[in-house]
Design a protein. Structure first.
Ligand code: ADP
Ligand code: MG
Length: 220
């Protein structure tokens, strides 16, 4: 994944906020930690990488594809095929069980029911939740729900995993478990981009970007 002069300016009243100054960077396989104070532009960056938000300058290339040049529907398909996401809150569908939540991206991708059931179970087992398949999100602890969210993000075997403070709402030990789950795809050569406030987590990353007032600099 690569950015070329990627930038974002938001209108604000009668002025503007430069949330992200144009920057070019190649995200190498492995874990890239994105650090920086609150309001510095980290989520703006992640949302642009994901194609959730539209840049005011530059582009994002994934496997040579300019994701913002795709149509809305094309981008949704591309995201489904290439990306996994984990957010600060788990964003699970409240009326679906853990297993159904993990199956959901596979269903959207048109995978046959038996195949997606087996895959979802395998992933939930990998995150230690084989005994929680039929639980609804409200019946899970915060850490369990976040593990389901990680399983959902990984079930499509995405090349790029984007995580915005996924351990932010969790105690240190639970956060550590989530982190270990994200380190696995990184060690398998996936591109994992992780926004974190936690210096201990950032220290584990193979690459690091620091964001200050919308300015991104590579530290590692
Ligand atoms: P971080 O994730 O590092 O806390 P953000 O990327 O959320 O920071 O925000 C960076 C800056 O952009 C902040 O000043 C924020 O207020 C502003 N901002 C973020 N999203 C929007 C938006 N949709 N409209 C206007 N301003 C925004
Ligand atoms: Mg943020």
């Amino acid at each position: 994944m690569q950015t070329e002069q990627l930038g974002r300016i938001y209108p604000s009243g009668d002025g503007q906020i430069t949330a992200l100054r144009p920057f070019s960077h190649t995200f190498a396989p492995g874990l890239t930690a994105v650090v920086g104070p609150s309001g510095s532009g980290k989520s703006t960056l992640l949302n642009l990488l994901a194609g959730f938000d539209t840049p005011t300058s530059g582009r994002v290339l994934v496997g040579g594809n300019d994701i913002h040049a795709l149509s809305e529907a094309g981008r949704a398909d591309f995201r489904l095929a290439n990306y996994g996401f984990v957010f600060q809150s788990h964003n699970l569908v409240a009326i679906l069980t853990a297993q159904e939540n993990v199956e959901f991206p596979l269903m959207l991708a048109g995978i046959a029911p038996k195949v997606r059931r087996d895959k979802a179970r395998a992933l939930l087992s990998q995150v230690g939740l084989e005994s929680r398949l039929s639980h609804l999100p409200a019946q899970l602890s915060g850490g369990e729900a976040q593990r389901v969210a990680v399983a959902r993000a990984l079930v499509t075997d995405p090349a790029v995993l984007l995580a915005d403070e996924p351990t932010g709402n969790l105690d240190t030990r639970t956060g550590q478990t989530i982190l270990e789950l994200l380190l696995r795809p990184a060690s398998e050569g996936k591109t994992v981009v992780l926004i974190t406030h936690d210096p201990d987590i950032a220290a584990l990353a193979s690459h690091r970007l620091r964001v200050r007032d919308g300015e991104v600099s590579a530290e590692l």
